[in-house]
Design a protein around this ligand. Structure first.
Ligand code: NI
Ligand code: MN
Length: 226
């Protein structure tokens, strides 16, 4: 059993009843945030890339909780240099086990720099947790190797950015779902700011008309249980 709680923008919390995994913690300054950063006590924090709308609360939460942080090598080095004790920095293609699951970094077509200026490569995350496989696409454009990622991993739930401007728009995101072939899709990275306002119900209708995937629209704070 896995609970997937949408916390707003691209921030998700996974919970299997004994471990909690926080992905891309952006609560402070997030107009759509469902909780404040100090309400969260993750065991593990995963980060797709360094941009502020993903990285925002990572350091304070990790310092307070001692959570293990897993992210791209260059960002991991910055975090270790900032005094975080439990940081693991693989590179794209690499997998890391953590209590209750594992994560593999996969490609994403996007840029990545931290608020301090560390430049690296953006990633997506294949998370195996609580018996489920969850693919957080990170921020990305549509790219053909999503089909390869879908062939290599049986995805239960894909967390798909649809807001456009910084990422895929709903039309490209619907094509990404066709390439990946997940059982279910939870859209994210939309409606947080005016520049990424989209019609999520139109996205759901397009995906469900053209693929076998189910789209689950979560309001910030809502949970989907697998
Ligand atoms: Ni970004
Ligand atoms: Mn973003």
């Amino acid at each position: 059993m896995t609970d997937i709680r949408f916390l707003g923008h691209a921030t998700f919390e996974l919970n299997d009843g004994s471990n909690s995994v926080l992905i891309d913690p952006f609560l402070t300054g997030n107009p759509a945030a469902a909780v404040s950063a100090d309400e969260l006590s993750p065991d593990v924090i995963l980060l797709t890339h360094g941009h502020g709308d993903h990285f925002a609360d990572l350091v304070p939460i990790a310092k307070r909780t001692g959570a293990t942080v897993i992210t791209m090598l260059e960002i991991a080095d910055e975090l270790t240099g900032d005094g975080l004790a439990n940081v693991i920095g693989p590179n794209i293609g690499g997998s890391v086990d953590f209590p209750g699951g594992s994560v593999k970094l996969v490609p994403a077509w996007h840029s990545s720099s931290t608020p301090k200026g560390t430049v690296s490569t953006a990633t997506g995350l294949i998370v195996r947790f609580g018996g489920a496989t969850i693919y957080h696409l990170g921020d990305t454009a549509l790219f053909g190797d999503m089909e390869l990622i879908g062939r290599r991993h049986e995805i239960d739930v894909a967390l798909v950015p649809i807001g456009g401007f910084f990422t895929m728009d709903p039309d490209d995101a619907a094509e990404s779902v066709r390439l990946i072939g997940p059982r279910a899709v939870i859209p994210c990275h939309y409606n947080t700011f005016p520049v990424i306002e989209v019609d999520v119900e139109a996205f759901k209708a397009e995906v469900e008309a053209n693929t076998a995937s189910t789209v689950i629209v979560l309001e910030p704070g809502e949970t989907h249980t697998l």
